[in-house]
Design a protein around this ligand. Structure first.
Ligand SMILES: Nc1nc2c(c(=O)[nH]1)N[C@H]1C(S)=C(S)[C@@H](COP(=O)(O)O)O[C@H]1N2
Ligand SMILES: [Mo]
Length: 408
């Protein structure tokens, strides 16, 4: 992958400032630093603590001053163009040239009547670890598309954010017109986000305005959004599709392990923690398998008989907070947030779909020796991770393992 992951970025992963990175195909293993066992985690990841996945040289959020103005990435200069191509036609294209492009005050004004508020975890299809979770606010994409009027002869749309004119830096994603325009009223629509955790969306997270596709992996949620193109092309032309990823993949239900020490003293009870994302198929439980080994780092092959006799035990899923007014910004009531009961203000399920929470396994005191710890999520259809979609092109969800030694 060509996205840039610095050591600093990697250490920013996690909730509440807790680094919780796992080795993945996109992340160099030398970037993992030893980390102490962490305290209970926060529901909202501070904007600057998300794990950053961004293309571009320079990356857009490193621009400052005049360069930022020229890039149209300040609240005053931000514009969104909506145009048609390849025979797709609309009555009122929005363009910078005509002075009709959408500006931020207009979008925020639309948000007063068409607001979406949603607690969502961002996860990269290629990183086996959530990047962070935020309270995102914005306006449904369909309302924004209505400004340009009904499009004729179009089947999809694609969109991109700021990047240099160099084609090597292009990062774009696409949606079917159906996914852009229609959603069951009880589901979340695709939307344009301009607030995160109660504050204007910062440049670092894709501000002033970012596309947010609730059900999708991170690559559909284009940062620094500037252009939407309606097209009669019927194939997905996402940048991620070119890199052999499934461009229509929904978030997977999966548990991930936090980092942990490699050695634990025999007189301290072992508690192992991680995070779990509730994907398209929801979450029933998280369970762990503790296995004593002779040492070594040999992976268990998929057909190893040990899988058949494994004893999986329940993990404790961190409960939903009881007082949301301490968590959400003062101007966001939990009764107004998707997935929360509009009367009681409590989440209808936990974790919310496309959201995440922590879990823990109280393993207790262990005899000295070497161990492997694995955890997996079971979805509401009864499938245990990595099923029902073990194909990594649809998102990384391997059953993660941590090896440790209990010492005298
Ligand atoms: N413009 C733009 N948007 C982008 C990207 C990018 O490189 N450029 N990366 C995408 C990918 S692959 C992911 S996983 C998410 C990461 O979001 P985050 O940096 O806010 O955690 O942003 C997505 N949006
Ligand atoms: Mo990604």
């Amino acid at each position: 992958m060509t996205e840039r992951h610095s050591r600093r970025d990697l250490l920013k992963i996690g909730l509440g400032g807790v680094a919780a990175a796992a080795v993945s195909t996109e992340v160099a293993s030398d970037a993992i630093a030893a980390e102490a066992q962490e305290p209970a985690r926060d529901v909202l990841t501070p904007a600057e603590k998300f794990f950053d996945v961004a293309r571009g040289n320079p990356v857009p959020h490193s621009l400052r001053g005049e360069a930022l103005v020229k890039a149209r990435l300040t609240p005053e200069t931000w514009r969104l163009e909506i145009v048609g191509e390849g025979g797709a036609k609309m009555p009122r294209p929005l363009t910078i040239a005509d002075g009709t492009a959408l500006d931020l005050p207009t979008l925020i004004q639309m948000g007063k009547t068409h607001r979406v508020a949603f607690l969502k975890a961002i996860q990269c299809l290629n990183i086996a670890q959530p990047l962070g979770q935020g309270l995102w606010e914005g306006v449904p994409l369909r309302e924004v598309l209505r400004l340009a009027g009904p499009t004729r002869n179009a089947r999809r749309l694609y969109y991109w954010g700021f990047h240099n004119d160099d084609p090597a830096q292009i990062f774009q994603s696409s949606l079917s017109l159906t996914d852009a325009l229609e959603s069951p009223p009880w589901e979340l629509p695709a939307f344009l986000a301009y607030r995160l955790n109660g504050k204007p969306l910062p440049l670092e997270r894709g501000g002033p305005v970012r596309m947010l596709i609730p059900w999708a992996h991170g690559f559909k949620s284009i940062k620094w959004l500037q252009r939407i193109v309606l097209t009669n092309e019927f194939r997905a032309n996402d940048t991620y599709a070119d890199a052999n990823n499934d461009p229509e993949s929904h978030l997977k239900t999966a548990a991930y392990l936090d980092r942990m020490p490699e050695k634990i003293r025999g007189d301290s009870p072992v508690v192992i923690r991680g995070t779990v994302i509730s994907g398209l198929s929801g979450l029933k439980r998280v369970e762990y398998w503790l296995r004593r080994t002779a040492g070594g780092t040999q992976e268990l092959s998929e057909d190893d008989p040990a899988w058949k006799t494994a004893i999986w035990q329940s993990c404790r899923i961190d409960p939903a907070p009881t007082n949301w007014s301490h968590i959400f910004p003062t101007d966001v009531k939990s009764t107004e947030v998707w997935g929360f009961d509009s009367v009681t203000g409590k989440p209808k399920e936990w974790p919310l779909r496309y959201g995440m929470t922590g879990w823990s396994a109280k393993v207790g005191l262990l005899p000295t020796g070497k161990y492997e710890f694995r955890a997996r999520a079971v979805d509401l259809n009864g499938f245990a991770q990595p099923e029902p979609r073990p194909n990594p092109q649809t998102g990384l969800n391997p059953v993660d393992v941590k090896r440790f030694e209990v010492t005298a």
